[in-house]
Design a protein around this ligand. Structure first.
Ligand code: PHE
Length: 366
């Protein structure tokens, strides 16, 4: 009965001397494991006569408890010492930069649309939108392009199966001009809106993608004339390209929904083989670049939108957003806009913090 004391003091001494957690665990197995010596003593109680068991059980239980406590105490001490050692040797340098988090960027098309909204908001324009799946009437007929009008040939698009019950053939809109009609019909006059968005044509090469972006402008009011159109476009382009020397050339053109129609060219100079907007295109070493279509809204279009063309006049314009982005930020392949290549986005994309504002410069880069 007394040999438990010896066993206990030997166990406690060995536990105390254990060098590391592995050695400590080996001791745990040796004493308290399934085949461990203390475990065997506990098991032997079962084979004893009741009297003997009653006499020996307390000492054996006490032994088991003492060994278990010693193991736990030593383990705590080792872990605390380990932590102390790490705290003493490892230091945290709070001046190091935080690990970088993957961050997305704003696509140049979105950025340019925000820039346009900012510039035109300053001129009193609000932003209007319309559906990309449009009906034949809004995309063509109401814009003075009736069925079989030759101008429709230039707007070949993607058609949906005929749905006569929904008011005719649905298609992917070929321009943002149907938003002119929708706005006049729904809000009447006067109107001062821009309408940015996606448009579609079955076209595909280095400078044409089947989907691209336009922004429409529409002003309807009393006594609006071509001078207002020219001033508005000049003011917009000077703010957008952040150059006071942007010069426009208005060239007679034709769109079924405007009369008269004007194609707007901007003067550019060739600098190191690159076109840089600014100056008259007639100067030596300069040229004119076609930039957008516009004109005075055809009175038939005003009429078809439910307004009286003798009371209300206005102008409209449509410009390619992708084109504006390429000219301003220097990309040369339109297809890369829609490849979704993260490297391209990293290079040409904008920080979400880079909100265009007129005071900070609409094109400021963070
Ligand atoms: N919708 C025309 C196009 O896509 C552009 C335009 C808009 C022309 C408004 C005149 C007025 O080609």
């Amino acid at each position: 009965m007394t040999d438990y004391r010896e066993l206990e003091s030997e166990a406690l001494a060995r536990i105390d001397a254990a060098a590391d957690l592995a050695a400590l665990d080996a001791l745990r197995v040796e004493y308290l494991g399934k085949q461990g010596s203390v475990s065997s003593l506990l098991k032997s109680l079962g084979a004893m006569a009741p009297d003997e068991r009653q006499a020996k059980a307390p000492a054996i239980q006490a032994l088991r408890q003492a060994v278990a406590d010693a193991l736990a105490g030593r383990k705590d001490a080792m872990e605390a010492a380990g932590l102390e050692a790490r705290l003493a040797t490892e230091t945290v340098d709070l001046t190091l930069p935080a690990p970088e988090m993957p961050r997305g960027s704003v696509h140049p098309v979105s950025q340019v649309m925000d820039e346009l909204a900012e510039i035109f908001a300053d001129l009193g324009f609000s932003v209007a939108t319309g559906p990309e799946i449009e009906d034949d009437w809004h995309n063509f007929s109401a814009l003075n392009m009736p069925e079989s009008h030759p101008a429709r040939a230039m707007h070949d698009t993607f058609y949906f199966p005929d749905q006569a019950e929904q008011g005719g053939r649905m298609l992917l809109r070929t321009h943002t001009s149907p938003v002119q009609i929708r706005t006049m019909v729904s809000q009447g006059a006067p109107v001062r809106i821009i309408a940015p968005g996606r448009v579609y044509r079955s076209d595909s090469d280095a400078t044409h993608t089947p989907m691209f972006h336009q922004v429409e402008g529409l002003v309807i009011d009393r006594d609006i004339h071509l001078g207002h159109l020219k001033w508005t476009l000049e003011t917009f382009l000077r703010a957008f390209f952040e150059r006071e020397d942007i010069v426009l050339r208005l060239r007679p053109s034709y769109f079924p929904f405007t009369e008269p129609s004007v194609e707007v060219d901007v003067g550019f100079a060739l600098e190191n083989g690159k076109r840089v907007l600014g100056g008259s295109g007639d100067e030596a070493g300069h040229g004119w670049m076609e930039l957008l279509g516009s004109g005075m809204v055809n009175r038939r279009v005003i009429e078809m939108s439910g307004l009286d063309p003798d009371e209300w006049q206005g102008f409209a314009f449509g410009v390619g957003v992708d084109r504006l982005a390429m000219l301003k930020y220097g990309m040369d392949d339109l297809r890369a806009f829609f490849d979704g290549d993260v490297r391209w986005l990293k290079h040409y994309g904008f920080s979400f913090l880079d909100q265009p504002t007129l005071s900070a410069g609409v094109g400021a880069r963070a």
